[in-house]
Design a protein around this ligand. Sequence first.
Ligand code: DX5
Ligand code: ZN
Length: 220
Amino acid sequence: MFEIAPSILSADFARLADEIKSVEEGGATVLHVDVMDGHFVPNITIGLPVVRSLRKVTDMTIDCHLMISDPGIYAEQFVKAGADMVSVHVEADSHLHRTLASIRSAGAKAGIAINPATSLALLDEVLPFADFVLIMSVNPGFGGQAFISTATEKVRKLRQMIVERGLATRIEIDGGIDGNTIMEVVEAGAEILVAGSAIFGKPSPTEAVKELIDKATVWV
Ligand code: DX5
Ligand code: ZN
């Protein structure tokens, strides 16, 4: 079953609690939190104190997408701050297996995020140690970018790898997901659908979530 994961990157940070309520009302179940360090990606966003505050105002699944160098240093701290899911980039971590294990032992779902230019071949050894894989369908760093169309085939290929190995790994997709692109990625096998500007960029985030759910439902 798919889930809609609004990315707060496009929300109004001065009224986050209200923004969260509005997407919850629309039926969103996962809250996607983009953590950027100005080093792994050319942008800086938010960190641990904000995750702690979010935890106090919502029961939604908090999904921290760490776009930071050497995420192994911080991953466990995000779980302690309240994250239920934490993903780290395969391109940013020389000790990915260790980091995934530390996220799981801290009590959260461990995810591997992968950039558009990075081959799925890099997941070959480590896939059994992840609860989910986050396929980037834009280059990480900013909201509002156009969907990179090759991501759909990448989702399909990953789904095939997961099925062939008998794993229960979930697939998340992030970047350029809107009313036009959501159907093809769901059909290809994506289950956790991140959307930032397509939700918080709209006059009613509640209605925007409902519309995305309607479109994605056609395929399930
Ligand atoms: C980009 C972030 C995304 C971003 C998506 O680096 O990882 O989560 O918020 O924004 P949209 O949905 O606008 O492409
Ligand atoms: Zn993200």
